[in-house]
Ligand binder design. Sequence first.
Ligand code: AMP
Length: 305
Amino acid sequence: MTSPIVVVGSVAFDSIKTPFKEVSRVVGGAATYFSMSASFFTTVRVVAVVGEDFGQRQMKVFEGRAIDLEGLQRVPGETFRWKGEYGFDLNSRETIYTRLNVFDQFAPRLPASYLETPFVFLGNIQPQLQLDVLNQVKAPKLVAADTMNYWIERTPAELGRVLERIQILIINDSEARELAREANLVKAARRIKAMGPEVLVIKRGEHGVLMSRDGDGLFAAPAMPLEEVLDPTGAGDTFAGGFMGYLASSGEVTDATLGRAIIYGSTMASFAVEDFGLSRLLTLDAEQVHERFRAFKTLTHFDEV
Ligand code: AMP
C-alpha cells in the first residue's frame, strides 16, 4: 500500500560553480530535490519556508507533480541562500556561504492534513526544526533523516536528540567519519548505529552507496557510470527521495525493499547529476526511471559459476 511522506528541509536559492559553468540564484534546497525525486513514487507533503523573493516563477518547479505545498510557508524576508564550488574532482566541494535567512526564525506548524503521515523524512536543516516536525507527526511508521557537517559542528546536542528518534540515517561518507570520529566506514557505521538509527545509509558520491542494517549486515551498490556529469548538487537529497519514495510506495520496510530502495535512490541521483541544479529532474519521466533501474541490475549482476 502506497503511503505519503512528509519532508522538512530547505527550499533555497543556490549558486553553483564548477570548472564547466556557473549559475546563480537557481531554485534548490534539500526539500526541493527530495520532493521532486520522491514524487515519482508517492505523494510528498512539504514543510518549509520561503521569503517574499520566492515568486510564482520559482513555484513552477513543483507544478503538476505529487507535491503537496500546504505546509510551505511564505513569510517576509529572504529565502535560504547557499553557494557551493566544485573543482575538477566533483566529489568534493567547498561551501562558499550558507545564509539561513527565513529559516532562522522558522517555527514549523504542520497542517492538520499532514499529522498522520506514516513516512517522515527529516531533510538537511537545523536539527531543532527536524525535532519540531517529528514532535507533531502522530505515530509515524518510519522516520529517516539526513544532516551535514554544518550541523554536526554547530548543533551536536540537538543532532544527538534527532539520532535517538530515527530508524534510518542517510549521510555522506565524510559526514559519517566526522560524526563517528572514526576514519574507517565499517567502524563508523557501528558507532553511529549505537547513537540511535537501526539502518545507516552512507552516500559515497561516484563510489556508490554503503548500507549498514541489522547487526553488521552490509549492502553496497555502485553509482551508475555516466559520461555526462555536470553538477552533483542535490544528488544526496535526490537519492534520499528515491530511497524513501520507493519504501513508501511499497509500504513495508524489509531487507528486500531496503535493497531495492538503495537502487531506486541511486537511479534518481544518477539523473540529478547530469545537468545543473534541478534541470534534469524537470524533464525526467517514469519510463526513463524504470529503464535505468533495470540497467543497474545488468551493471551489478554476475553468476556464481
Ligand atoms: P546535496 O548536494 O545533496 O548535499 O544538497 C545540496 C542542497 O542542500 C542545496 O540545494 C542547498 O541549498 C542545500 N543546503 C546546503 N547546505 C545546507 C544547510 N546547511 N542546511 C540546509 N540545506 C542546505
